[in-house]
Design a binder for this molecule. Structure first.
Ligand SMILES: Cc1cc2nc3c(=O)[nH]c(=O)nc-3n(C[C@H](O)[C@H](O)[C@H](O)COP(=O)(O)OP(=O)(O)OC[C@H]3O[C@@H](n4cnc5c(N)ncnc54)[C@H](O)[C@@H]3O)c2cc1C
Length: 372
């Protein structure tokens, strides 16, 4: 069997390493658009303590402690200079995204797979002929046009602008910080992901973005300005931008089906979910394991893909609903600034209450996928 994986992010890498472990003779090639060192983002949160939690990609590394993950058991909501602490429900494991991706890449290389860097691929008729299966795991930034029309995505942009900073200020909990500047509201999602660094994602609505003239400020000027907004939280530490992306609207990619012909979608390329639910990587891990299970259990690729689709799409739909509810809550946060911080905390906790629980659905699918 010859398999091509497009995209060396968590989804493609975990799929490739797990399948190779089960079927060493199958030939798996991974193609990555960027150079090896170029990994976007600062830290991410993952569920549970490795190696005990199979939805946490660190559980698949020989020495996860080398990435110095930080464990967080509480949320801290800060508003009107008051703070509220609440349990996070599950122990969260924060880790540097670059370190995680590089370690997963090293895993694949050690299992004898070739990863071709600086090789942006688009699905083409030649590729379709050359491989038995093409796994599209290229995240949200994929060039979607060459995919078959059966896999045309629905694309939705969030209303808020966001920017992903790093900082050396430590945050012992998952912090949600609401800071107002006159009528304008800026929200930070901040937590430590290593002993020395924290993620600091800032979002604001379009009016705040325009009134603060953020579109007209240079990158360093913006970082200084935002650091001033959050000066009470940053304790004098700077915000460090990543090269490139700047302010963005969160892009939600959705699909009606996970496969067409011999092309199959995985991770964010199948369904992206707003960062405020922090489950994107978990969803990528679970979908990767479901795809591996289907390929190992079914007699041929087409029945494996049909089986994967039937299993993954209901989960994807629940994930999409949770991510949507959470995104909308943050996009309409300005309407709740009259609430006390205790009331705001209650509203934050309740924002996804009307939906079926996501964590047990992810766990049940993972348990099924791991029975091989
Ligand atoms: C601000 C922010 C915060 C987040 N925080 C969290 C969090 O705390 N917890 C969490 O679980 N998730 C979080 N996420 C989501 C998480 O990053 C994604 O869900 C996860 O990375 C998905 O993995 P992936 O492998 O599907 O995609 P990606 O990680 O995007 O990897 C895709 C790879 O494909 C490559 N690629 C793209 N196009 C091509 C091409 N044409 N050819 C070859 N290669 C290509 C890319 O370069 C990339 O390396 C966050 C996202 C954002 C934006």
């Amino acid at each position: 069997m010859k398999i091509l994986v497009i995209g060396a992010g968590p989804a493609g890498l975990l799929f490739a390493s797990q399948l190779k472990q089960a079927r060493p003779a199958w030939q798996i090639t991974i193609s990555e658009k960027n150079p090896q060192d170029d990994v976007t983002g600062w830290g991410v949160v993952l569920p549970g303590r490795p190696a005990q939690h199979p939805a946490n990609p660190l559980s698949y590394l020989a020495e996860p402690q080398r990435l110095q993950p930080q464990f967080l058991a509480q949320f801290k909501l800060v508003q009107h200079d008051q703070s509220q602490l609440m349990g996070s429900g599950v122990l969260l494991c924060a880790v540097e995204r670059r370190g995680l991706v590089q370690a997963l890449r090293a895993n694949c290389a050690c299992s004898g797979m070739s990863i071709r860097y600086q090789s942006p691929l688009e699905v083409s008729a030649e590729l379709e002929c050359a491989y038995d299966l093409i796994v599209v795991a290229s995240g949200v930034n994929q060039k979607v046009s060459p995919l078959s029309p059966g896999l045309a995505p629905q694309i939705e942009f969030g209303r808020n602008e966001y920017l992903w900073y790093g900082t050396s200020q430590r945050f012992a909990q998952m912090n949600l910080i609401f800071r107002q500047q006159g009528p304008n509201l800026f929200i930070a999602h901040a937590y430590s992901y290593s002993p020395s660094m924290s993620t600091f994602v800032v979002e604001c609505d379009e009016d705040s973005y325009v009134q603060a003239e953020l579109a007209h400020r240079s990158e360093p000027e913006t970082a200084r300005w935002i650091a001033e907004v959050f000066q009470d939280d940053l304790n004098g530490q700077a915000l460090i931008p990543q090269p490139g992306p700047g302010w963005r609207h969160f892009l939600t990619l959705s699909h009606a089906h996970a496969y067409h012909g011999k092309q199959v979608l995985l991770g964010d390329a199948l369904q992206s979910g707003h960062f405020s639910i922090g489950h994107g990587t978990t969803m990528a891990v679970v979908a990767a394991q479901l795809l591996v299970k289907a390929l190992l259990s079914e007699a041929d690729v087409s029945s494996a893909l049909a089986c994967y689709d039937a299993r993954v799409m209901p989960l994807v739909s629940l994930f999409r609903q949770h991510a949507h509810a959470s995104r909308i809550w943050f996009e309409s946060a300005g309407e709740r600034m009259g609430l006390s911080s205790a009331e705001l905390t209650k509203s934050f906790i309740a924002r996804r209450n009307q939906l079926a629980d996501l964590a047990p659905a992810l766990a049940a699918n993972l348990q099924y996928a791991l029975q091989r």
